[in-house]
Write a protein that binds this ligand. Structure first.
Ligand code: GLN
Length: 485
């Protein structure tokens, strides 16, 4: 087995026992990257050369080190809407094409304390708006299991990179499914933490009441390992929660006897692909054999989740994106008559179609006279969705559903139909609306394409969803498989 086929934990153990040097690890991933990255195109900025240099420095430090940090010399890719000092942070937008970060996001500071090595900044749908990376202003990332298909989105680059084996782990961001849906399409593990669990400081804001940063990894254990690094209250983010940070690996190997799993009937709908459904139900049966108690539950307000999400997210986006005005940073139109025209030309040239669509939607929903009818109403429905989950959690410990209604779709298939595209988030947006943690873990294949199973948990109960995910992972064994590339 080559080093590039290993996960973070395995690599970390090899470094800690000084059996392998960081430069050997980075070289192995660099070679793999050279081979397959031209086909996948996961990176907006490929920083592999710089990573090789850093690895050599780490080799020298390693010799004299006794206390070796968990991520010492290990490669991790970062979604290109997270600020990393001295690298470009483009959000895959023309607006920020040449913008260089002047500070580190809090999650990056924390990774730096563990002495990780960044391998690159990954492609996304512009400003994280989309489900396929087709909204990137630069190029479309390809699904490593089928190059004619999308990797999902918006963290498509981060998921494809891990799925293709060019990096063992990455960070993504999830506003309505952007970690879980691409993880599902690329056959890897994606965790959206509870809102407030991980600092958003340094994440370019899309919809501030929904956004969370989270790990994309090959294994559930690696997901827990990264959560141990990135979670926690941050003075720089007033919405980060002041709650104790557990050891996220604590429950991984505990059995699931007596654990109560809910299956929401509203998630097993007509639009759900038959093979995906069968695979999910097969896995649930196996969990039952291991001692879990399965029961049907109801989340009646699920039917309004997409509609309300597509009011709330664009409203917050329209406000957040007002800062891109050509004055302080980012793109500025080269010719204009007056200030007004400078603003409008800058924004017309800098933003792509989907971003403009959302700014218009959001501005409309927030405007006087419509605010009560749209934004306020949507916030009220959001509370009902939250209550649905809290009621369900009186009876069950976790909720299982498919991550997406079907496996990865073809490039171009949904791009001209925004409503179809929005519907691919149907099972993921509710977790953001309800602020709860949710993980997607591979549970099988349909015609060679990975199927993702979603586990949703109680607020701040990431350890239990990781525990269940660990069982699913062992049943499915997908993480040992790599796509032919
Ligand atoms: N696909 C959803 C959207 O387009 C979710 C995006 C996200 O989670 N960033 O809004």
């Amino acid at each position: 087995m080559s080093l590039w086929q290993k996960g973070l934990k395995e690599l970390s153990d090899l470094v800690k026992s000084k059996e392998v040097k960081p430069s050997e690890i980075i070289s192995s991933f660099a070679e793999r990257t050279e081979q397959v990255e031209p086909k996948i195109q996961s990176y907006v900025s490929n920083l592999m050369e710089q990573a090789l240099e850093k690895a050599k420095e780490k080799d020298e430090q390693l010799a004299g080190l006794d206390n070796i940090p968990d991520l010492f010399g290990l490669p991790i890719a970062i979604k290109d809407n997270i600020n990393v000092f001295g690298t470009k942070t483009t959000c895959s937008s023309k607006m920020l094409e040449n913008y260089e970060s002047i500070y580190d996001a809090t999650v990056i500071k924390k990774l730096n304390q563990q002495e990780y090595i960044i391998t690159g900044k990954t492609n996304l749908d512009e400003f994280a708006m989309g489900s396929s990376t087709e909204n990137s202003a630069f190029f479309v990332t390809k699904n490593p299991w089928d190059l004619d298909r999308v990797p999902g989105g918006s963290s498509g680059g981060s998921a494809a990179a891990v799925g293709a084996g060019i990096v063992p782990a990455s960070l993504g961001s999830d506003t309505g499914g952007s970690i879980r849906q691409p993880a599902s399409f690329c056959g890897v593990v994606g965790l959206k933490p509870t809102y407030g669990r991980v600092s958003r400081y340094g994440l370019v804001a899309f919809a501030s009441s929904l956004d969370q940063i989270g790990p994309i990894t090959r294994t559930v254990e690696d997901s827990a390992l990264l959560m141990n690094v990135i979670a926690g209250k941050d003075e720089k983010d007033s919405t980060s929660a002041d709650v104790p940070v557990p050891d996220f690996t604590q429950k991984l190997n505990q059995d699931i006897k007596g654990l109560k799993i809910g299956l929401p009937k509203e998630y097993f709908i007509e639009e759900l692909d038959e093979t995906v459904k069968q695979q999910i139900m097969e896995t649930v049966k196996q969990l039952e054999k291991e001692g879990a108690e399965i029961q049907e539950i109801s989340l009646p307000y699920t039917q309004y989740a997409i509609e309300t999400y597509y009011i709330i997210a664009p409203s917050e986006a329209s406000s957040n994106l007002a800062r891109f005005d050509g004055v302080r940073y980012g793109h500025r139109a080269s010719e204009y008559k007056d200030l007004e025209e400078m603003y409008s030309k800058t924004r017309d040239e800098g933003f792509g179609a989907e971003v403009k669509r959302r700014i218009m939607l959001g501005t409309y929903a927030l405007s006087s006279g419509y605010y009560d009818a749209y934004y306020l109403k949507a916030q009220k429905v959001r509370t009902l969705i939250y209550n649905d989950f809290m009621n369900a959690y009186k009876d069950v410990d976790v909720i299982i559903s498919p991550t997406t209604p079907d496996v990865a779709f073809k490039i171009g298939e949904k791009v001209s139909d925004p409503i179809q595209m929005y519907l691919s988030d149907i099972f993921t947006v509710s977790a953001n609306m309800a602020t709860i943690p949710a993980i997607s873990v591979p549970c099988g294949f349909k015609d060679g394409l990975p199927i993702g199973l979603q586990i949703m948990g109680k607020p701040f109960d990431e350890p239990t969803i990781l525990q269940v995910a660990n069982h699913v992972e062992k049943l499915a064994d997908v993480y040992k498989r790599f796509p032919e590339l």
